[in-house]
Design a protein around this ligand. Structure first.
Ligand SMILES: [Zn+2]
Length: 65
């Protein structure tokens, strides 16, 4: 069976990337594209809006115990 290098497309920039063990950034073409992708996900996570606190103790009011 001939060993042909598999090729995938970089999820970030769409460039063809050879799927090889020595390509440590696969499926990305480079570290840059990998970081860009990870950064995008992190941004999505931080974009979750904070729920306004309702029915919570007012700030500055300590529970008396
Ligand atoms: Zn890329």
């Amino acid at each position: 069976m001939p060993q042909r290098p598999r090729s995938v497309n970089c999820p970030t920039c769409g460039q063809p990337v050879e799927w090889r063990p020595e390509n440590r950034w696969r499926p990305f073409c480079s570290e840059r594209c990998k970081l860009i992708d990870l950064g995008g996900w992190a941004t999505e996570r931080y974009r979750v809006p904070a729920e306004p606190a309702t029915g919570q103790a007012q700030p500055g009011q300590e529970p008396v115990s």
